[in-house]
Design a protein around this ligand. Sequence first.
Ligand SMILES: Nc1ncnc2c1ncn2[C@@H]1O[C@H](COP(=O)(O)OP(=O)(O)OP(=O)(O)O)[C@@H](O)[C@H]1O
Ligand SMILES: [Mg+2]
Length: 509
Amino acid sequence: MRLTIGKKLFWGMSALIMLFVALSQLLNSQFLEDYYVLEKKKQLMDIYSSINKIYQGDADSISLELERLERTTGIHIVVCNSKQEPTYPVKKTIQEPNAGNPPIPQPQNLNQQNSNLPHPGPEKELSFERSLIQLNLDKISEGREAIVFSKDPRIQTNFINLVTTLNNGDYLILNTPFASISESVKIANRFFLFTGLLTLIAGSVITYFMSRKLTMPILKLNDIAQRMARLDFSRKYQVESTDEVGQLGESINSLSTQLHGAISELTEANKKLLEDIERERRIDQMRKEFISNVSHELKTPISLIQGYAEGLKENVNEDEENKNFYCAVIADEAKKMDKLAGELLDLSQIEAGTFKLEKSNFEISRLAAKVMDKYQPIFSEKKINCNLMAEQGLIVYADRFRTEQILVNYLNNAINHVDSQRLITISVQSTQDKARVAVYNSGQPIPEESLGKVWDSFYKVDKARTRSYGGTGLGLSIVRAIQEIDNNRYGVLNKWGGVEFWFELDVAE
Ligand SMILES: Nc1ncnc2c1ncn2[C@@H]1O[C@H](COP(=O)(O)OP(=O)(O)OP(=O)(O)O)[C@@H](O)[C@H]1O
Ligand SMILES: [Mg+2]
C-alpha cells in the first residue's frame, strides 16, 4: 500500500491523540490523587505559616483573623496551649459545636501513619486534638509538622490534619475535608476516553481536509514535473501562497521556463545543424555533378579539336577546302568552349554572392524592341515570324544588362526550339506592381516532369537536339540565379501549341 501524505498525516494525528489519551489516563490514575494530597498539604502549610506570623501567644487576640481564615479557606483551625488545652475555639466548640464553623472531623480510622490512634466518640471531641498531639509529639517537638489522615464516620468524610507547634510552643491543628478522588479519576478517565474518541473523529475530518489542501498543490506540481519530463512546458503552477509549496511552485515555473528556452534553443540549433548538413551534402553532390558535367561538356569539343588538329597536321598537303573545313570545325568547337567558359564564369559569379545587380529605371518595351532588332537578321535567315506585344511606357526598376541577358537566353532557346510554324512572340505587360516579360515560341511542349528541371545546370530535355544547336544547359540556370537575387519570379508554361518562358521585374515607383 502506498502511504500518501494524507494517510501519513491521518495516522500520525490519530497516534498522537491516542498517545495523549492513554498518557492522561495513566497520569490521572497514578498521580492525580497524590497531586491532590500534595496541594492540600501545601494549602495547610500556607495557612500554618500565615498563622505563625501573626500568633503572639494569645489565640483570643487573633481570633478574628483566625475566623476569617477559617471562613475564607474552609479549613478548621484549633490552637492548644502548651498543656494541650484548646485555646481556640474552645468555648464555641463545646457550647455550639457547629456554629458558623465546619464540623471538626472525629477520627474513627486514621491513616497509615496514625493507624493506632484511638477512636474517640463525639463525647471525646476535644481529646481527639490532644491525642493527635500526643501521637505526633516526637515529630512536632523537633519543630516538624505532622500530616495525619482521619475519617469522620458520622458524615462519612475523610480529613487531612496538620499538627505542629507555633512560635511560642503552642500547638496548632489544621483540619480540612479530603475527598477521595479515585472515583473522580475513574470518571475523568472514562470521560477522557469519550473526548479522545470525539477528538479522533473530528481530527480525522480536519486531517482529511487539511491533507487535501496540503497535497493538492503537490499533486499539481507532480503533474507539471511529469509533463516537463515529457518536454511539455505548457503548464505553469498557479502560485497562491508564499509558503514552501508556493516557493517550490515558483522554482518549478522558473525551471520550466528556463528548460523550455534551453531546449527550444537546442532544438532550433539542432534543426539548423541538420539543415546545414543537408545543404552541405546537396552542395557537395551538386559540385560533383557540376564538375562531371563541365568535364563532359569539355570532352567533346576538346577531342574534336584534338582530332581535327591531328588531321590537319597529317593532311597538311591536302587541298585548301579540306584544310578550311578542319579549321572551321576547330574554330567552332573553340567558340563553344569559350561560350561554356563564359557561362560558367557568369554562373559562378552570381551564385558566389559577390555579384550585385546594378538597378536603374528604364522602359522595358524599348529594351525588348532593341533585342528584337538585333535578332532581325537571324529571324529573316530562319524565316521566323517574331512579334512584339509590348505595353508602351512601362518603366521598370532593374539591372538593364542582366534583363537583356535573360531576354536573350529566352529568345535563343525559342529560336532553337521553334517548330515549322516559326512563330515567336515577345510580350511585355504590367501585372499589379510587376512587369511581366514573356517569350513564346510555337513548338513541342516540354514534358510535365521536366518543367521544374530545365532551370538546373546542364539539364537538357532532349540531349540530341540540344547538341545540334550547341547548347550546354546553363542558360536557364543563369536566369534562375539572376531572378533569385532580384527576388522576382520566373517560370515556364506549355500553351497554345508552344512554350512560354516568362519572368517578372519591379515596376519603378
Ligand atoms: N523554348 C523551349 N522549348 C523547348 N525546350 C526548351 C526551350 N527552352 C529550353 N528548353 C529546354 O531546356 C533545356 C535547358 O535550356 P538552357 O537554356 O538552360 O540550356 P541550353 O539552351 O541547352 O544551353 P545554353 O542556353 O546554355 O546555350 C534545353 O536543353 C531544352 O531542352
Ligand atoms: Mg539556352
